[in-house]
Design a binder for this molecule. Structure first.
Ligand code: ZN
Length: 131
């Protein structure tokens, strides 16, 4: 089963989408299997990270800015190569195990849609597969 979700994003942020993914798993009826969360954009990503202390996301965004700053040497006409690089760093998908109809996530883990070049209307997919 494939589910699509649409979100509006700010300029740059990690948006917690764990509830969307849980919703897809519940709708699918799958009790044991895996799901793939996939972002079909080139300046946004998907990752799993801490969901308890919001300062973690703030620190990650700060560190990504320091690691992948805009550079005058960049040639890409759109001027957002920094955002493309941040997407490269986080990737555009993640896989989560499903057991007993629930996502197998650690206590402090959340699933994030990573916006690096907003604000935009974005979407992502959740593909749920039973074993
Ligand atoms: Zn671009």
């Amino acid at each position: 089963m494939l589910y699509e979700y649409k979100i509006k994003t700010p300029a740059e942020d990690f948006i917690n989408i764990t509830e969307y993914v849980s919703d897809a798993v519940a709708k699918s009826g799958v009790k044991s299997g895996i799901c793939i969360v996939y972002c079909p954009h080139t300046t946004a990503g998907i990752t799993i990270n801490e969901n308890a202390d919001p300062d973690v996301v703030t620190d990650l965004l700060y560190a990504l800015d320091k690691t992948y700053p805009d550079r005058p040497e960049f040639r890409h006409m759109e001027g957002n190569s920094s955002a493309h690089l941040k997407t490269l760093a986080t990737g555009n998908n993640t896989v989560i195990i499903i057991e007993n109809g629930r996502l197998v996530l650690g206590t402090w883990q959340g699933i994030y849609f990573c916006e690096y070049d907003g604000p935009r209307n974005r979407h992502f997919y959740v593909k749920v597969m039973g074993d």
